[in-house]
Design a protein around this ligand. Sequence first.
Ligand SMILES: C[S@@+](CC[C@H](N)C(=O)[O-])C[C@H]1O[C@@H](n2cnc3c(N)ncnc32)[C@H](O)[C@@H]1O
Length: 352
Amino acid sequence: VRVGIIPEHLLERVALWLGAIPTPIVQTFPPIVFARCVIAATQLGIFTALAEGVASADEIAARCHTQPRPTRLLLDALVALGYASYRAGCYGLAPAARRWLDPVRPGNVQDYLAFTAVQWEWLSHLEAFIKTDTPLIFHHDLAPAEWERYMLGMYSIARLTLPEVLWRARLPRHARTLLDLGGGHGLAAIQWCRRRPTLRADIVDLAAALLATPPLPSDVAPRLRRIAGDALTSDLGTACYDVVYTANLMHHFSAAQNQCLAQRIARALRPGGIWIVQDGIRDTGNHISQASALGALYFALTSASGFWTFDDFATWQRAAGLRPRRPIRLLTAPGQGIQIATREGGFRGASP
Ligand SMILES: C[S@@+](CC[C@H](N)C(=O)[O-])C[C@H]1O[C@@H](n2cnc3c(N)ncnc32)[C@H](O)[C@@H]1O
């Protein structure tokens, strides 16, 4: 998917075709106001108030402890943006928005939108980054409240993509041990353990990340360990995991760091084990998608590197002695893909 200009009627379509619409302005000012309205409505609890039932602007303002006049203006903007409905003086959550913003729906993305407020501030550093090539390396600077938003935001999008990941990245039949490296909230390890009653998993992440995540669910907690560590330096062990899963981790690291990480992951895998890399994929060739190009720039600004190509992942895997499989593009996460590699040698006995 891509974001673009959509004419609202025939005259605008013609004007756009004639080049009479100043596209750089249309692509800049309305989108930032659009984005900020949605972020503000999330932060102020407006979507939650709308989801509780249709109400007047005054009533919504009372539910959110905001002022009636600007609340009405925000609600009118949300109606124009397709997020809210309006009828006979009352506002409600638009049916299309309910799927993603009703807080009682399991797939709602309110937590990700709340994290977007933190990302908004990071983006104000873009010009400085381009001038100095000094990225933010945000993992070093987050306050505890921001860590919480970050982890909840990641959890809310992992929930959406994991069904496809679990379906397309099948674990080996013999798998007994899994390492979710940079696993943060740990949802992948939790879901894999639910599917495999004999699986045990370690979730390794930075100490601050683990402090910001909710307790593990009791049904699988006895088979899960949370371990504070640094993926770049901690000992990952030797031949102790049947599966290593790294999701959205390697875009934070440089090529040299990823090469070294690949070696340590290969050593940590048991013969017959697999390494599942899931990440944003940098496009190659003539067509570069918006998701790929913007993601590459965004992660270069906020972390040490940015997106990598399928080929980069496969090259690091091969150099570490693993056999890369065919790359997989994810349908439920635009711009994301999976690159699995196997440690040859077959299954030799039970896991420790
Ligand atoms: C974008 S989040 C992805 C979280 C989760 N894997 C997912 O896909 O939803 C990146 C995760 O990598 C962790 N991380 C970043 N640098 C790390 C490092 N050097 N060692 C371990 N974890 C790290 C972050 O704390 C965060 O939990």
